[in-house]
Design a protein around this ligand. Structure first.
Ligand code: AOF
Ligand code: ZN
Length: 372
């Protein structure tokens, strides 16, 4: 199951609103355990993992054990039910990690297998498998995307300095991790203040993964985003959504649309975009995972609304100082909001632009304890 969970990560973020599931067909005999077939949910969401693994195993699937990270489906969708495919292939035992919350499946997949005389063991490594399936589980059960808040904090707890543009808080290795996170999410969100201040591109620029840049969303109630910003200039190449109040000036809306972005009319409360309603609208367009990248006010709004599932905190060795304009982070490793627990920690070298080693950056991932 551990191997299947690792395998499933490969297509994470690339299977549409389908979860990225993995299936291993294993023969256990006197000479040991042999994987005779492996499959992952294919890009776009179909075929599902099980028929891919069973096709590879062929006749060797008869009498074998199937390890699947999610309960096999029981419904006739775009493809026949995977539970039926496992039964026809003659597997003797099916081991699964997580029960599928989809109403068409929920328990029915396991029941179909048991009724056919197959030994079913459910719940193996469920915690570990849920980590990779969380976007799907949240999208399916809460009708909103999974939200990851990413923050890069200086040694003295600052996000940057107002009026100084982007401040280099972390080194190249941490930046590469951020780009990898972008590639795994369906969308990235920032506030229009950050567009004006930092003029970021928000694309994935890792060699070979450039095509994995997620959709970019700007929280912009007044539609103040500059038409000359990098986001706007590249809006026809990388999908860009401006979440603006529904009563903005129509001429402004047309100008943003002409630049190639999608203007999403939003409810506002006290001049701010209403986040729960926005997330519901984004989920309806198939966005299952959202990475919130800044700035401080946007991060605080998501935290106050209780809409953050995961926090990824990068802490660099550089001090920004407490001068006027310094922006304190709403979260640091020592001021973590209640209910979050550390689940991973990575130490990365911090090499400055000139090649000088400045120390280390730490990447810490926190997950809401009630979702573990
Ligand atoms: C599996 N194996 O690899 C995946 C499953 O639209 P459809 O027909 O593809 O069905 C989508 C549902 O199938 C999805 O909501 C989830 O319940 C299940 N995904 N099931 O047996 C897989 N990806
Ligand atoms: Zn299926």
């Amino acid at each position: 199951m551990a191997a299947a969970i690792r395998l499933a990560r490969r297509n994470q973020g690339q299977t549409g609103t389908n979860p990225s599931v993995a299936c291993l067909i294993v023969r256990h005999d006197a000479s040991g355990s042999h994987v005779v077939g492996s499959g992952i949910t294919q890009k776009g969401g179909r075929p599902h993992a099980e028929p891919v693994a069973l096709a590879e195993a062929g006749e060797l699937a008869r009498g074998a054990t199937a390890y699947v990270t999610l309960e096999p489906c029981a419904h006739h969708g775009a493809t026949p039910p995977c539970a039926e495919t496992l039964i026809s292939a003659g597997v003797a035992r099916v081991v699964t990690a997580v029960v599928d919350p989809d109403g068409r499946v929920h328990g029915k997949g396991h029941a179909m297998l048991r009724e056919a005389g197959i030994a079913v063991e459910a719940g193996l490594m469920a915690q570990e498998a849920k980590d990779g399936l969380r976007a799907y589980l949240i999208h399916k059960t809460m009708k909103r995307p999974q939200v990851t808040l990413k923050l890069a904090v200086s040694a003295d707890g600052m996000l940057g300095v107002r009026g100084s543009g982007q401040v280099a808080i972390t080194g190249a290795a941490a930046r590469a991790q951020t780009h990898l996170m972008r590639a795994r999410h369906h969308a990235i969100l920032i506030g229009s203040g950050t567009v004006i201040e930092d003029d970021p591109e928000l694309t994935c620029r890792l060699e070979g993964l450039q095509a994995r840049s997620p959709r970019r969303i700007v929280l912009d109630p007044a539609a103040a985003i500059p038409l000359g910003s990098k986001l706007m200039k590249t809006a026809s190449a990388v999908p860009t959504i401006v979440a603006a109040s529904s009563d903005i000036d129509p001429a402004r809306r047309d100008a943003l649309a002409a630049a190639g972005c999608l203007v999403m009319p939003c409810e506002t409360v006290g001049g701010k975009v209403a986040l729960p309603e926005l997330l519901e609208d984004l989920a309806a367009t198939g966005i299952m995972s959202l990475m919130v990248e800044g700035g401080a006010r946007v991060a605080a709004s998501f935290l106050e609304a209780g809409l953050v599932d995961e926090i990824v905190l990068f802490e660099g060795p550089v001090e920004v100082g407490n001068d006027e304009g310094a922006i304190p982070s709403p979260v640091t490793a020592s001021t973590l909001p209640a209910g979050f627990e550390e689940c991973d920690r990575l130490v990365l070298p911090h090499v400055a632009a000139g090649g000088k080693m400045l120390g280390t950056d730490i990447m810490i991932r926190y997950v809401r304890a009630d979702q573990e």
